[in-house]
Design a protein around this ligand. Sequence first.
Ligand SMILES: Cc1ncc(COP(=O)(O)O)c(C=O)c1O
Length: 402
Amino acid sequence: MASISKRLLNVPASPIRKLVPFAQAAKKRGVKVYHLNIGDPDIETPKVMVDVLRTWNTNPIGYDQSQGNPKFIESLITYYHSLGYRFIKESHIQSTIGGSEAISMAMFATCQPDDEIIVFEPFYTNYNSYAVVSGIRLVPIRTSITNGFHLPERSVIESKIHKKTRAILICNPNNPTGTVYTRQELDILVGIAKKHKLFILSDEVYREYVYDGRNHVSLLSYMQKIPKQAIVLDSMSKRYSLCGVRVGALITLNQDILAGVLRIAQGRLSAGLVDQLIAAKLTDVPVSYYKNVYNEYNRRRDILFKGLKSIPGVTVPKPEGAFYTIVGLPVDDSEKFCKWLLTDFQDKGETVMLAPAAGFYATQGLGKTEVRIAYVLNTRAIRRCIELLKKALLNYSKIHKV
Ligand SMILES: Cc1ncc(COP(=O)(O)O)c(C=O)c1O
């Protein structure tokens, strides 16, 4: 009997999706489920992008170039130039199938099997999957809800570096914590990378979403200082509500990395032609679109934060960016609670789905009483979710004597 690989068995199930069968069963019973478990925005995709589909008349729909569609790459260059990074040229960009492929390519490009990448936990859980597939070990450094999940001191980070360490991977603004790293934090990371000759991989798919007057400090602003070591991972999914259009990018000045990832890209032929031509319209998206989307997430964040703060026993740092937050709940086990929300709880035929946070940590036992919330629903729905959560926690504490 042929046996499947050990590596395959080691690929973890996504904590964001693993309770889906229970949500489906709840829906079959007629229960409405509010999805705060997954970052799939409900905000409309810009019309200029949807119009590409409406007016599509190229037939046949062929492959595209392996490095990426020239129009898409050109639009990305215009976008990065508009952010002030005028040094970025076509030769610095590899178009990818979502930010997801950019992450996996960057890991593959910087590490041998058994090499290590430092991550700050809790972290975007799918990093685990890409790492396992490439035989890479993620070495977690703990951050804490008590200081809004900001980075620990330099010495703590350096203590985790040894001869197998190849890179530091950050997500900024952060999914799942909503943390936005400061210039000082980036300075420290870049200093460490220089001293220890490490790569820095910066996942910036939520770059536009930073609140309360903060500035987003992109690794792009350090790219010319550490041209061989800085790799930025980007995606169109969240910026333009384009999750179903699988387009992202890897940006670096390191030509060896670019030549290598191009060879990988040649192996998978091309990213989607239609997808990239939709994304190429990013330069035609009106400024008002961004403003509205930004204001909408900001409103949702405020409502969610205020609502959560009003629930006894709940701990929540004010999210600084992205559209996620990690929330401490007065429960014995957040996975049990999240499952119970779907199997046993309902209020007027409605319930809410959250992502248990343990899956966002690599260290066993951490995040056991935390959940991740994605505020991707409209303000009315978020208010209702707060109400549901309040009632659910009360019921749960009575039943489970928490
Ligand atoms: C932090 C982060 N990076 C990367 C991705 C991947 O995005 P995509 O593959 O849709 O571009 C996501 C998606 O949720 C994410 O949250």
